[in-house]
Structures are given as C-alpha cells and as structure tokens.
Design a protein around this ligand. Structure first.
Ligand code: APR
Length: 259
C-alpha cells in the first residue's frame, strides 16, 4: 500500500487527503478507532506525555496511577483524580469527538476503543465505545471492587465503601492492573475484522492498547495515524495525517462524505 503523510493544520486546512484513503473510508464496511489523550487535548484536557503540558511532565505515574501509590498515599491519589474529575466535568467534546460520531453514523460496523477516561466520546454521542482504561467519573471500592454510585465528597478522604468500609478509588485501570473483563478481546476482534483502523491522538507506548493497530495491519486493514507528532506506529501506518484531531477528523469526514 502506498504510504503518504499529509499535513493538515490551520495553515494547510485545505490540503488534499489521499484519494485511496477517502475511498476506503467511504466504502468501509467496518471501521475501528483507537483514541488516546490527544483527542481530548483541544477540549482542554492535558495529555500525559506531551512535554511541558502533559500530566507526566509534572507527576510520576508511579506516584499516582498504581495500586501501590494508592496504598501509600490514598488521600493524594484520590485528590488528584477528584481534580481531574472536576476538570472533565467543566469541558466539552470538541470537533474531533463530533466527527467520530459522524463516522459511526456513516459506516455499517463501528467500534471506538478509547484509552481516555473522560467520557467525552459518549458525551459527544458515540455509542459503540469500549473504555479500556475505565472512566474517571465512576468510583469503585479498593477492597471489594464493586462500583459505588454515590459518595460523599466533603467527609473522609478517600470516602468509604457503603458495603464493606473499604477505601473508594477511581474506576480506572492503573499501571499493573488488568483491563476490564472482555475489553481487550472486544478490541482485538474489532481490530482484526475492520477494513480501516484509525489510531488517533495516542503516543502508542502503553500496552496492550498500542498493539491494536499492529494487529489490524497484520490482518490486512488500512491503518491511519492521526497525530501532530510521530509515534512508534508512524513508520508502519498506511497513511499518516499530521495535525490536531479536531481539525483532521472533520476534514476527513467532509472528504469521505461531502455534503
Ligand atoms: N490531536 C491529536 N493528537 C494530539 C493532539 C491533538 N490535538 N495533541 C497531542 N496529541 C498527541 C501527542 O502527540 C501524543 O502522541 O496525543 C498523544 C498523547 O499521548 P499520551 O499523552 O501518551 O496519551 P495516551 O497515548 O492516551 O496515553 C496512554 O497512558 O498514562 C496513561 O492511562 C493513561 O490512557 C493513558 C495511557
């Protein structure tokens, strides 16, 4: 397959997208999408690994995103997630999220696999979403693992489980933890069965999510990376659309389904 890189940014908004890619999107029976933090960047949610602005530029994942960190300092971990939960509540989906809703509307089989825990895809209107890293708006018990619907923000930190008295924690997947049951199996199935796989706004360093575009490639799909920067996928992708997803995705949708 011919490899091409296209720059789509504010200075090159009208640059042509490869005809083969437009045709593939238009005629695809199955599209699978993997999203990462970059998709929410234009909504005002920081990514993890962007220099200066990413969360991991200021904090260490091992201090905030592991079960060991929570055991060591549950208050700090709870407060960091409470801060992020508040931030997410105050932002809105951006044109990239909305364009993916449009793709879902246009193709017969669609699956959106997201590493994002902010729920912005669903708030935009996406329906077929697998949240492989959980969702920050939910909490669960650290001891009995059951989801807790309501908790008191003003009392003890972290709040306690109403069932067993264990500490509550965010319902997200921390480093070293298993993905939610069935989430990866569903994702691999979507990756190996799709005609077109879009990898959007992810640095492609966190496994097993990072393996999905390679599974899709092995199975013969057209794999498209949408990202302003290079990743470990760039050299292998069938097409690379360089730019912000909030600009590239609407441009791709307009090109594939004009009017
Ligand atoms: N549009 C598209 N991509 C963007 C944009 C944008 N506007 N802005 C930044 N990016 C790209 C960056 O170039 C980078 O490649 O988004 C990517 C973000 O990468 P990470 O910060 O590593 O986020 P992600 O890949 O989602 O991280 C995976 O790591 O710590 C964790 O659990 C967390 O789910 C997360 C996982």
């Amino acid at each position: 397959m011919r490899k091409a890189e296209w720059m789509i940014g504010s200075r090159a908004r009208n640059m042509k997208i490869a005809d083969q890619l437009i045709e593939a999107m238009r005629h695809a029976k199955r599209v699978a999408v993997l999203t990462g933090a970059g998709v929410s960047a234009e909504s005002g949610v920081p990514t993890f690994r962007d220099a200066q602005t990413g969360f991991w530029a200021d904090f260490k994942p091992e201090d905030l995103a592991t079960p060991q960190a929570f055991r060591r300092n549950p208050k700090m971990v709870w407060e960091w997630y409470a801060y992020r939960r508040q931030m997410v509540a105050n932002v809105s989906p951006n044109p990239g999220h909305h364009a993916l809703v449009e793709v879902e509307r246009r193709v017969p089989e669609f699956m959106l696999i997201t590493q994002n825990v902010d729920g912005l895809h669903q708030r935009a209107g996406s329906k077929r979403v697998v949240e492989i890293h959980g969702n920050i708006t939910r909490v669960k018990c650290f001891d009995d693992d059951g989801v807790v619907e309501k908790w008191e923000e003003k009392g003890e930190v972290p709040p306690r489980c109403p069932r067993c008295g264990g500490m509550l924690r965010p319902d997200v997947v921390w480093f070293g933890e298993e993905l939610p049951p069935g989430a990866f199996e569903t994702s691999v199935q979507a990756a190996v069965e799709c005609d077109v796989f879009l990898s959007i706004g992810t640095s492609s360093v966190v496994y097993p999510a990072a393996a999905l575009p390679f599974e899709a490639l092995k199975a013969g799909a057209m794999v498209v990376e949408i990202n302003p920067d290079s990743t470990s996928l760039t050299a292998r992708a069938s097409y690379v659309l360089r730019g912000a997803s909030g600009e590239v995705l609407p441009a791709l949708v307009r090109a594939a389904w004009p009017g």
